[in-house]
Design a protein around this ligand. Structure first.
Ligand SMILES: NC(=O)c1ccc[n+]([C@@H]2O[C@H](COP(=O)([O-])OP(=O)(O)OC[C@H]3O[C@@H](n4cnc5c(N)ncnc54)[C@H](OP(=O)(O)O)[C@@H]3O)[C@@H](O)[C@H]2O)c1
Length: 351
């Protein structure tokens, strides 16, 4: 069986990665790809890496017209742009995978608090499954509407879920996130201008990052408890990659074998979760450098007995496991394909 796929916002960084994955997916045929800026141009004008792989041109069609012959549409649009087209697409009966934050949170109040706007379609929020297969595999099977997680949220949640399932932290979990420049998308801005962005370790959101809302929502889903999260985000001198370092403090302390068991029990056979814990060598803990271009999430941890702290490290490629990779993994589950289809690529090394 093969499905027809439409990609809206296909000229962006996430759209480009969706195209790259789908181009070698055995059961997906890209039937339309849209861009306003590149309408009529070949795909390689926006994504030079795709020259010789995809020979199609972008169209400037509106999302409903572009998706008329498709089974599923990926919306790789900015926040507040998706929400304008989703109700119209729902009327057509098509399945939707939205990459923006517009349908990630379950309550309209969360949008007021974290995004500063009244959600125009609060009745649709419950219809969307949060597209993290590691947590929502069963709901994703056969789902009609999926909201892909935020990139730093993905790394944080994948790393912390096993711990909150087994232990209760005695204080809010501190998440320190570092992200490369592609996390800001392809549209230039003063802060992404090369002269300003190159070489930085820039704490751009020490408090109040929006992904905190998703992380708390999903840790509540796993643990059944309200667990506070305090997140600080830094822009670092990479194009791709995220490293989250999370500090999880308990009253009673933890033992390394018990923490290992928590992780093994939670992730007995996840196709894209790897444990990176080695006593020797260079890559003893997760490092974004060894996941770039792949859909893997690498997890590692260590215990600091002096303050009963577990330090959890997670590395992902923000455009893959943090966006297009998880989204295609969700698509595979929606349509009953093998979860790994299209996603078996190893990371580049060296990169
Ligand atoms: N970058 C990441 O690491 C990452 C990770 C997870 C999730 N996301 C989310 O994924 C979405 C896409 O991110 P991105 O990084 O790919 O951004 P991007 O590079 O800026 O691409 C956005 C795309 O949307 C189109 N677009 C922009 N404004 C639009 C509008 N008002 N109506 C219709 N089309 C519009 C743009 O193309 P044209 O202007 O040519 O139409 C472009 O193709 C965002 O919601 C983002 O938050 C990004």
């Amino acid at each position: 069986m093969s499905i027809k796929v439409s990609v809206v916002g296909a000229s962006g960084y996430v759209g480009g990665e969706i195209l790259r994955i789908l181009a070698q997916h055995p059961h997906a045929e890209i039937v339309s790809l849209t861009s306003r800026q590149y309408a009529g141009e070949y795909v390689h004008k926006a994504h030079p890496n795709m020259k010789g792989i995809i020979s199609a041109r972008f169209t400037g069609d509106d999302p409903v017209k572009a998706s008329a012959n498709a089974d599923v549409v990926f919306l790789a649009l900015p926040h507040k742009a998706s929400v304008k087209v989703v109700p119209k697409l729902i009327e057509t009966g098509i399945r939707i995978i939205d990459m923006s934050a517009d349908f990630r949170l379950k309550t309209p109040e969360s949008y007021v608090r974290w995004y500063g706007y009244e959600h125009p379609n609060p009745e649709l929020l419950e219809k969307f499954v949060y597209g993290l297969p590691e947590l929502h595999r069963e709901e994703l099977k056969g789902a009609k509407y999926v909201s892909a997680p935020g990139c730093m949220a993905s790394a944080s949640i994948i790393g912390l879920a096993p711990l909150v399932k087994k232990y209760t932290p005695s204080s809010p979990i501190i998440v320190d996130a570092k992200i490369g420049s592609s996390g800001a998308g392809g549209k230039p801005s003063p802060s992404t201008h090369f002269s300003e962005r190159y070489g930085v370790i820039r704490p751009y959101k020490p408090t109040g990052h929006r992904h905190t809302a998703e992380i708390e929502q999903e840790l509540r889903f796993v643990s059944g408890k309200n667990i506070g999260v305090a997140m600080s985000a830094h822009a670092v001198n990479q194009v791709r990659g995220i490293l989250t370092t999370s500090h999880f403090i308990t009253d009673t302390g933890t033992k390394l074998p018990d923490v290992w068991k928590a992780y093994r029990d939670f992730y007995p056979s996840e196709p894209f979760v790897r444990f990176m814990m080695d006593k020797t060598g260079i890559y003893r803990f997760p490092d974004p450098k060894v996941v770039i271009g792949s859909n893997f999430a690498d997890i590692g941890f260590d215990i600091d007995p002096y303050i009963n702290r577990v330090v959890v490290l997670t590395a992902i490629d923000n455009l893959l496991k943090g966006a297009a990779g998880s989204a295609v993994q969700s698509m595979n589950l929606m349509f009953g394909f093998n979860e790994r289809e299209g996603l078996n690529m190893a990371a580049l090394h060296p990169v």
